[in-house]
Design a protein around this ligand. Structure first.
Ligand code: SIN
Length: 282
């Protein structure tokens, strides 16, 4: 197996490997590389849905997403589908999966089944690099704060996002919210990570538990989002059929580009369970 970093801050391509035939030693090597690079990319993998599940379960139990259409034969696998006549796509803005859960998912493992002739790339970035690039003064302040994460405005009843991305599963009873530290410690690498995102982070909370209003929170959250998105901490991955990406939801953000109107794109996604998040300052 060969592991080649693809950019300064995020991602590595793993080659000379058939992920249907991993030894425990290979799995340990991948785990170490995953922690170091945040996203691992594989190409030319010929996986059945069962192979995809077996690969995912090497890293953690599956955490089934409540808002994706499942693959009919394999409910553990979510379909990320955009049809030629559909305008919206799933994941079309910077985000990290499941930050609205009390215990957010460790990562997601996305396999390309059908790709458009051009476009449909996914961008990834490192929130470890984004944190590191902040001033010591702002880092110290952020380490005292927590934030609300919610999906009510996206997956709740009447949300305009549900009309736009119409291949989602309508499941408004299962919307949820959680509070997480703004700066978390990666559970295995110990890296400090900026844990806010555009899709789900709505409001800040002070160290003493006092709430900020949304209006007060917005400027600081927006500053952090802009700093993270525009800071050059990213890498754009182009898919072929059989490409697979596994990303860490704590240390990275991702964004599925919606630039292939008139073509079909079908991906299979498995999300795997994480562990409770702890504050970097703890
Ligand atoms: C997602 O946000 O999980 C979708 C990513 C993609 O389709 O590239």
């Amino acid at each position: 197996m060969k592991i080649t970093p693809v950019s300064e801050h995020v991602g590595a391509e793993v080659s000379e490997i058939d992920i249907r035939r991993l030894t425990d030693g290979d799995t340990a090597t991948l785990l170490q590389a995953w922690g170091q690079h945040g996203v691992l990319f594989f190409r030319d993998q010929e996986l059945t849905p069962d192979d995809h599940i077996t690969f995912a379960e090497r890293f953690a139990p599956i955490d089934v997403n409540k808002f994706f259409q499942p693959v009919e034969t394999h409910p553990q696998i979510a379909q990320v589908l955009k049809e030629p006549d559909q305008l919206g796509n799933i994941g079309g803005g910077w985000h990290t999966d499941h930050s609205y859960d009390q215990i957010p998912a460790k990562g997601s493992i996305l396999l390309a089944r059908e790709v458009p002739p051009e476009g449909g790339d996914t961008r990834f970035l490192s929130v470890a690099a984004a944190y590191d690039a902040l001033s010591d003064g702002l880092k110290a302040t952020l380490e005292t704060l927590s934030a609300h994460h919610t999906n009510v405005h996206i997956f709740g009843a009447g949300s305009k996002h549900m009309d736009k991305a119409d291949n989602r599963l309508q499941n408004p009873e299962n919307v949820g919210s959680a509070i997480h530290p703004v700066v978390i410690k990666h559970p295995t690498t110990g890296q400090k990570l900026l844990y806010v995102n555009l899709a789900f982070t709505t409001r800040l909370i002070s160290a003493d538990g006092h709430e900020w209003t949304e209006e007060e929170s917005r400027p600081l959250i927006d500053y952090l989002l802009g700093h993270t998105a525009e800071g050059g901490f990213d890498y754009q991955f182009s898919w072929d059929e059989g490409s697979l990406a596994m990303w860490d939801n704590r240390s990275t953000w991702h964004w599925a580009l919606n630039d292939y109107q008139g073509h079909r794109r079908l991906m299979h996604r498995i999300t795997i369970a994480g562990e409770a998040l702890s504050a970097a300052a703890s």
